[in-house]
Design a protein around this ligand. Sequence first.
Ligand code: PLP
Length: 664
Amino acid sequence: MSHDQQDVQASDSSADWQADDAAELYRLESWSDGFFVVDDSGQVAVQPLDDSDLRFMIMDVVDEAIKQGMTLPILLRFQDVLRARVQRINHAFRDAIEENEYQGSYRGVYPIKVNQLQEVVDEVFDAGQPFNLGLECGSKSELIAALPYLKDDNTLLICNGVKDRTMLSLILSAQRLGKNVIPVMEKFAEFEELMELAEAADTATQFGVRIRLRTSGSGKWADSGGYRSKFGISLPELIEIVEQLKKLGRSDAFVLLHFHLGSQITNVQILKQAAKEISQIYAELVNRGLPVRYLDVGGGLGVDYSVDNEEGAIHYSLQEYANAIVTSVAEVCDQRDVPHPILVSESGRAITAHHSVLVVETLGAYTKDRIADNFSPANDADDTVKRLAALHEELRNAKPGEWLASELLEAYHTIDATHRDAATMFRLGFLALEQDALVERLYWSICSLLLQHLRYAAPDPRPPEFIELEEKLVDQYLCDFSVFQSVLDHWAIGQAFPIMPLQRLAEKPTRRALLVDLTCDSDGKVSEYVSSNEDKSFLELHSLKPGEPYYLGFFLMGAYQDIMGDAHNLFGRVGEVHVYADQEEEGNFWIEKTIPGIKIQDMLAQVQYFPNDLQRRMNELIKAKIEAGEIRPKRGMQILEQYLACFQQETYYDTRRTNEVTKS
Ligand SMILES: *Cc1c(COP(=O)(O)O)cnc(C)c1O
């Protein structure tokens, strides 16, 4: 590890760098939805309220949480942001409905799978009450978590997913309680089963049908809709359902039509097409006398993570999304002369993504080894070392622009070959370890000088060697987190998330960093970044200062990520802090709740290691050594205590200096 990094990577002056430049570099404005800003002090501030510009610093929250005994990594939940997102989505539909004189209403439901944490669901549900917000569940466990929210009989609960008899029966019972629960039939067999259960219980029921549309989504989740979809009822099956209902005299049970195009709809044209397709089906059913009232357009409202690749880029605003649905449905209904239905949408990602931020600490920066500036080889040094040292000296003394691009590239090819030859010589025993180490240092120092000179020579287009050099010279920043626990989608589907330093933003970042995590998995790194650089394979960060913590914020963590984590290497859920803005409080915020991270003991229990048994086995090991006279009994018991104390620790890197080995 090297703290005395020379800032050789960037060459232009940092004097005219301002906090605004940091916002630009990390593309803050395009993904923050106005909730996060760079303060003039060079820190990231949260500005969570729609009706005020009250702000507070994320670093102040972290400091306060640490004072209250929390350790990093910490997940911060900004509850006001959650509320604001619920309001913004509802206001967008309200405006679209007014603007287009739509005759029906809008009622969103929150799909709890996106973030099931009770505090999140509570906050979303509470913020949604003025708008009649309901809930959506996709499994038996989620149904059980959601049912108690239905205090008001009018509140909608949509049940998607594959439903077994237990789940269908519970839904029927909830309906009998007078609750507005609507199971959505995903398969024809599910419909038959529901009807059978309703007959047996001699009770009325209501349900919806998920239609397998011809329109399919786009991007990573394209297969959630369309004919390849895992879910949904085809048109021939739909006709069969209508006929069976007539036969049973239960036509009044069919109240909702549903489609879901998949997450992150990239293009509103596809959404419009799907909305029109389902509206035609709706009109057909209404004309056949079925009392379908709700039209549910599913989830998929996109969140702008500011990635540039076509697969993930979101090309529309919240208002455009609402307008697309309202106008498409109205157009078809007016054409077919049927009433405008109640619109339902199931936005999950768009409600929760913004509200949580993962704060991690950098534990160290690993730079390629370099040679001292004033290095000169000993007389008996290897010839390779002498040749490289001469080139190093020459490049160090050259003025910017003195070497032509072609000369620099030639030099690069030469040292690359020398570097490879040295490895061969070492393997064959012709190069001593110390000499090989000098070759290594000289090689990296020359590479970084070549890159510096190439920047001045500014060849255009940039030759591949230039890009190769930039990639080779990136620093590794080791961070206190696990990609698999906290940023699962980055590893699983290559989703990039905005990451930026929370401090020193008024200072120009001069290092190019690759973030690596604590796991011993080579996939445990962040390999794509959100930035205004053309090259997204590194993140620009500051040099670390000894003894001064350097915190990074991982943004837009609230949808799927902070709930889905995987226990790779037994790193567990991170600690959480729930924060509210308040201008009466010092620093403009207060911490409502802290939840400590998972303890080592709890992670071990998940894979069937239990404290008593581990203690007994460790004790046997130690006793054997005591009996053999290899250690003193007192020392042995101290080691056992030290082992047991670790059970209560959290799973991440503890930067506090506690629990060090006691001397006997
Ligand atoms: C996952 C899912 C949602 C939520 O989708 P978002 O893209 O997060 O809005 C909504 N409805 C259904 C049926 C889903 O499976």
